[in-house]
Design a protein around this ligand. Structure first.
Ligand code: ADP
Length: 360
């Protein structure tokens, strides 16, 4: 297991579009440490630079600026065979230094030299419950997508990697297999802790698997924290709205004599150094909206049931604004009804409208 350190890492790609040369910067001056044995998820929208982040750590790309270190040794000073990288992609698993194994075929090798199958492979097989022995009897092309990914993960783990890298490994699987595979992987990583980076655009996956989540946007890591801290203390509006199911409500408003005032909600005290007239966006997650006899009146436009989570989500319209409110499943309400709601003060998040930065 290794500590992975990124120091001011930047990666650019030049593009030639219709003869015009420009460049993209999928990794823009990132510095961070991935602790020994932790699972770090990199979460962000498509195109933000997640795969490039992973490929740099894998040594498949080299930084234009900055340095990546494994246990304080620069990656480019570690021989490829000594890097100990296990990697699993959407399309399947491979380890960059396994060229020989890959051509010969891992399955064949294992079956021909059954007595050399490390005890670890059997243990991995036991923990995953994937019945590796059974799967080994199949040719890789006869494995389903889910089986291939699980064998790939088990295979990489059995080699005792120093760093395990995952690039959306379950995104091509259907929902049921995806959630089973997630649980299995969690179990495996608990039994065999490895410093891991897990890239995904799916926040549920990140929350389920990671010890910490790095939220990425346009080549930068906006915040690295536990799910709990990202949820309660987002550093900016992007993180606040990205870590949120259902979506966070946002309301535009401004400071008036130290209080936040908006169209429907208002009267909330803000930091004392904010001048009257400063534009401030208020974020309130639907689960922090409190239904009751008092509060802001609004018309219910539609109701969506979330049976596993045991709530219903009301989409409502008040004076010139729309927002969402959660309610218990048995709360008697339907489209067209009028409701009243207030905001739980524990759930008020204030952001500078211009910069998006959190200010309260
Ligand atoms: P993500 O994994 O978050 O979807 P990527 O790291 O794949 O993002 O890509 C980030 C940006 O870098 C995209 O704009 C992509 O087009 C660009 N990019 C990635 N790899 C290359 C490459 N080899 N050459 C040129 N542009 C690239």
């Amino acid at each position: 297991m290794s500590v992975v350190t990124l120091e001011h890492v930047t990666k650019r790609f030049y593009q030639n579009i219709d003869g015009a040369r420009s460049y993209v910067t999928p990794i823009d001056d990132i510095s961070m440490k991935i602790h020994e044995g932790e699972v770090l998820a990199i979460l962000g929208p498509s195109g933000c630079g997640k795969s490039t982040f992973l490929r740099l750590i894998a040594g498949l790309e080299t930084p234009d600026k900055g340095e990546i270190l494994f246990d304080n040794i620069p990656l480019d000073q570690i021989e490829i065979k000594d890097r100990g990288i296990g990697m699993v992609f959407q399309e399947g698993a491979l380890m960059p230094h396994w060229e020989g194994w890959r051509t010969v075929g891992f399955f064949l090798t294992l079956r021909q030299r059954e007595d050399e199958v490390p005890a670890r492979v059997h243990r991995v097989s036991e923990v995953t419950g994937i019945g590796l022995e059974k799967l080994l009897a199949k040719k890789p092309r006869h494995l389903s997508g889910g089986e291939r990914q699980r064998v790939g993960i088990a295979r990489a783990l059995a080699r005792d990697p120093r760093v395990f890298l995952f690039d959306e490994p379950f995104s091509n699987l259907d929902a049921k297999i995806r959630s089973q595979s997630r649980v299995e992987l969690k179990r495996l990583l608990q039994e065999f802790p490895v410093t891991s980076v897990y890239v995904t655009h799916d926040q549920i996956e990140a929350i389920a698997l990671a010890d910490r989540i790095g939220v990425m946007r346009d080549g930068k890591i906006e915040q690295v924290d536990t799910y709990h801290d990202l949820y309660h203390n987002p550093v900016n509006l992007f993180v606040g709205t990205f870590i949120s199911t259902p979506l966070m409500n946002t309301f535009e408003g401004e400071v008036v004599d130290g209080l936040w005032q908006g169209t429907n909600f208002g009267g909330y005290r803000l930091r004392s150094d904010l001048d009257t007239g400063t534009r401030v966006t208020l974020g309130i997650r639907p689960e922090f909206m409190v239904l009751g006899p008092e509060g802001v009146g609004a018309t219910v436009e539609h109701v969506t049931m979330f049976l596993p989570e045991r709530y219903k989500l009301l989409a409502v319209r008040g004076n010139r604004e729309h927002w969402e409110v959660t309610a218990p499943l048995d709360y008697p309400v339907e489209a067209g009804d009028t409701i009243h709601c207030t905001a739980d003060s524990a759930g008020l998040l204030f952001f500078d409208t211009k910069t998006g930065r959190r200010i309260g």
